[in-house]
Design a binder for this molecule. Structure first.
Ligand SMILES: [Ca+2]
Length: 189
């Protein structure tokens, strides 16, 4: 029995040590207004044009977006974005302070406008010349059950400031596209 217990302990140690080393994340949130709660008055939704800075911390980078209130259920709080305006293929950006050589983790909640023809919604994140695309399947989703999914991506900074842009990569359904909420960027230790 003692041998078996020893074996079990050894196996446990082996399996624990074989697990990936968890990444330590600095607790400091680098994004301002990541949930888009601080913005213009909105009931159902309101459209914001390229260059708009109406949402605290954010600038609209292209086309147009819809700033959504009761239009659908947000992932966090009461407000979120449709990256396609009415109409327009849009995006948003925010500039954050970064340390050269450090790695940062971007997380956000993604869904899609369930009331348009496209079921496959796509967007991308850009930071310091690096980019990553993401997809969301709107099949069987509704404005009450958006099916928000948390996404994550790491990038490396090489300057004191880094622009984070999140924008649609679609060229269909200009009135409704990828939905975005709860954006966060934290430095990995
Ligand atoms: Ca929100």
């Amino acid at each position: 029995m003692r041998t078996l217990a020893l074996l079990a302990t050894v196996l446990l140690i082996v399996s624990v040590s074989a697990a990936p080393v968890p990444v330590e994340i600095n607790a400091v949130e680098l994004i301002v207004n990541g949930g888009f709660e601080d913005g213009p008055e909105v009931e159902v939704y309101t459209s914001l044009d390229e260059k708009s800075d109406a949402m605290k911390g954010w600038i609209v980078t292209r086309g147009q977006i819809d700033y959504c209130g009761s239009h659908w259920r947000a992932a966090e709080g009461k407000r979120s974005l449709d990256l396609h305006g009415s109409p327009g293929y849009g995006g948003v950006k925010q500039t954050i302070k970064t340390d050269k050589g450090a790695t940062y983790r971007v997380t956000f909640q993604m869904a899609g406008n369930p009331n348009v023809g496209s079921k496959k919604m796509t967007l991308a994140v850009w930071a310091n010349k690096q980019t990553k695309g993401f997809e969301f399947d709107c099949t069987d989703k509704s404005i009450e059950d958006m099916g928000w999914i948390k996404q994550s991506w790491d990038f490396k900074a090489d300057a004191d400031e880094t622009v984070i842009e999140i924008a649609t990569t679609m060229k269909a359904d200009e009135f409704g596209g990828p939905a975005l909420d709860d954006v966060s960027v934290k430095r990995l230790k």
